[in-house]
Design a protein around this ligand. Sequence first.
Ligand code: PMP
Ligand code: GLN
Length: 380
Amino acid sequence: MNPLFANLPTTVFEVMSSLARETGAINLGQGFPDDPGPEDVRQKAADAVLNGYNQYPSMMGIPELRSAIAAHYRHWQGVDLDPATEVMVTSGATEALAGAILGIVEPGDEVVLFEPMYDAYLPLVRLAGGVPKFVTLQPPHFRLTEEALAKAFSPKTKAVLLNNPLNPTATVFAPEDLTLLADFCRRFDAICISDEVWEHVVFDGRRHQPVLALPGMRERSVKIGSAGKIFSLTGWKVGFVCAAPHIMKVLAKSHQFLTFTTPPNLQVAVAYGLAKDDAYFDGMRRDFARSRDRFTAGLNTLGFDVIPSQGTYFVNIDIAPLGETDDVAFCRRLVTEHGVAAIPVSAFYAQGAVKNVVRFCFAKKDATLDAGLERLAKAL
Ligand code: PMP
Ligand code: GLN
């Protein structure tokens, strides 16, 4: 057996969701919304299944979807992508991440990782034989600093993995942090694998900044998105990857032996959905912002120390002021004794740097959030 997998713990999302199912707890842990997603998009998928979109589609994704992705990003982010050479459809952002890391990183290459990091990153970097170089971001601001980047980058740096907006901390990197990172990528000739799955869920007038649109980054960036996040259909696992043709050629090779392709019926529906008008996307953001405000206000009223959410559908609390030093133990107690599942953010730190932050998912109905808050009141 490969010890890399044999020795891996089960992902924290599965652990907490299983505990929530076993105990009947309100699940504010794993990030998934409890609304069914846009009905017209789901109807398109159902129609496509019945109308015969069920055989292997082309390896790079159906042309309608690749064009829709390019048009979507042109409209929302001002980037001009050639759907024929710079856009590929993957089976979720997870496959895009795996394909990019395996396609780009060679054994011995250094890969800069910002912790807290999404839990798939480190095992994939190790699988590729990459050497992780961690930059530890500290609560409550989780900022990039020149000093930390200077320590992490070296002539051996092949790639850096960025997630913006950042899951789990719900922060959106400041433009100057992204500029700083781009400077380092150019200086060290590194590729930025930019996980932007939360690109549409940014609050308070923020606009998403794709890394590949920064000066000099077009030829050294891989942009990753997910329809699961854009349409609150997390089980669909339709992802996208955008990159300059010389990078895309390699990513296509790794994709062909990871999944080769992605269900065509879902691709048809996502192509339709990406062309929805601004009102849909603005409305989605507004609805998430409203839930964020409701849940944040509830946590504040109870006396929790809230780290404000700038993007994603998560919000975090600092449990240190409660005298708590172990977020895993705190979350275990929360789910077994108080009936609320949450995610201990230490699961996203590889080196144990932070153990006092707990993440909640607020993409839930008001009644669910209110019931969760009622239970959290008893945990204080
Ligand atoms: N990256 C990040 C930062 C995520 O939060 C998620 C899912 N929550 C993914 C990747 C995986 O996306 P997908 O479900 O499309 O594979
Ligand atoms: N990305 C989701 C989250 O952060 C969970 C994805 C998963 O369960 N693997 O909660």
